[in-house]
Design a protein around this ligand. Structure first.
Ligand SMILES: NC(=O)c1ccc[n+]([C@@H]2O[C@H](COP(=O)([O-])OP(=O)(O)OC[C@H]3O[C@@H](n4cnc5c(N)ncnc54)[C@H](O)[C@@H]3O)[C@@H](O)[C@H]2O)c1
Length: 360
């Protein structure tokens, strides 16, 4: 859908996208809704968060620079009175008019092929972007939740990882732009909490999958699904004996929602502890898609963790949360989404906006 960008932005440097004309106000909309800002709104997780907060009755303000996300993920919201969207890079000064009750900072490249291609932007959004949003939270007296990651544990020496483990990260390794940006993000968020008394929440997200992942983002679920749908062999890096644990997106969003409403400022793991080897997982995908391709093996990239498994004891106790959707069901729903993509989308090798942003 072609998008027109407002020339007269409501706030300098934060162009709000002119969404299509809204339908008449629904009955009962007179009450002012609490407003929530979601950064990374056009991405995989951000778009699901927008859906969830709208469902809970909030007015949602999405913000994204579309570097790895797509307006397609949120175009179903454009007709709504209670949704607005700002096309903006949060590593630059961020302002939105009006009150804010919550800020959820989810803007950041999240897959290794993305952040290795745009390392500086990745470091900036985790550091400068987080700083900008913490500042905004202070001004608005809003509670802020930041999206951290299991990558803060690096290539862990402890299994499963619980929140008190400090991690094993190579500060100059291939993934350092992401891992260290997120570690800085956690540190500055804690500093704002302790020094300014800001209400902060921090979620350490483990591998999550579901509809609206980008097929070409290099993460294992869309990579295998794309290969299966294109009739290609499935590529395994290394011997395939490395393990991963995958959380279905609806479970993750529920965990994040509960964490935001909790009174706990420390980091909390949210993910699915059920482990599977990559080889077993590839075999499950072949079975699910009913395809006859082979598994092919390529060398393991450096700094690729051998094992990742969340210890979710804290989330269970604090949030009364644990994953509900089993892998078979989650994969069926995800496959249904990918099957609905057009042939052009299935064959898109590169995300359209990298060229545009790479040198900024
Ligand atoms: N999906 C996972 O399994 C996972 C795991 C751990 C952590 N996370 C974290 O969750 C968040 C969302 O991840 P995702 O999987 O939805 O990734 P995604 O790439 O689909 O979404 C990220 C969104 O942020 C936007 N963005 C990036 N830099 C920006 C900037 N400077 N200004 C404004 N927008 C910007 C992108 O355009 C994109 O829409 C990230 O912070 C990521 O680190 C995700």
């Amino acid at each position: 859908m072609a998008k027109k960008f407002s020339k007269k932005a409501p706030v300098a440097s934060t162009p709000r996208v002119d969404l299509p004309a809204k339908s008449a106000k629904p009955k009962g909309s007179a009450k002012t809704k609490d407003r929530v800002l979601i950064t990374g709104a056009a991405g995989f997780l951000g778009s699901h968060l927008c859906d969830r907060f709208l469902k809970e009755g909030y007015h949602v303000i999405g913000m994204d620079n579309l570097i790895t996300g797509s307006l397609k993920n949120i175009e179903h919201l454009f007709h709504r009175e209670d949704f607005e969207f700002y096309h903006h890079d949060v590593s630059k000064f961020v302002h939105v008019p009006g009150e804010l009750k919550y800020i959820l900072h989810f803007a950041s490249p999240a897959s290794p092929i993305d952040y290795e291609k745009i390392p500086i932007q990745t470091l900036k959004v985790g550091s400068l972007g987080t700083h900008n949003l913490l500042g905004l939270a202070r001004v608005k007296k809003a509670r802020i939740l930041v999206a951290s990651t299991s990558e803060v544990y690096g290539d862990p020496k402890v299994h499963p990882q619980n929140e008190s483990y400090w991690g094993h990260v190579n500060p100059v390794g291939k993934r350092s732009m992401y891992d260290e940006a997120k570690r800085f993000q956690e540190a500055i968020t804690m500093a704002y909490h302790h020094y300014h008394g800001l209400e902060t929440r921090m979620v350490r997200i483990f591998n999550t999958y579901g509809p609206r992942m980008r097929l070409n983002d290099g993460r294992v679920v869309p990579a295998f699904m794309g290969q299966a749908l294109r009739g290609e062999d499935l590529t395994i890096f290394g011997k395939g004996d490395q393990t991963r644990s995958f959380c279905y997106v609806d479970d993750l969003i529920e965990g994040i929602y509960r964490l935001l409403l909790s009174n706990y400022a420390g980091p909390v793991n949210v993910g699915n502890p059920k482990e599977i080897t990559i080889k077993q997982f590839a075999e499950e995908i072949l079975k699910l898609t009913g395809t006859k391709q082979k598994l092919i093996y390529k060398p393991l990239p450096s700094d690729d963790p051998m094992q990742r498994q969340p210890d979710i004891t804290l989330a269970k106790k604090l949030l009364k949360w644990e994953p509900k959707v089993d892998r078979a069901e989650g994969m069926r729903r995800t496959y249904a989404y990918f099957k609905g993509l057009t042939k052009k989308e299935l064959n898109e090798k590169e995300h359209f906006s990298f060229e545009k942003y790479a040198r900024k």
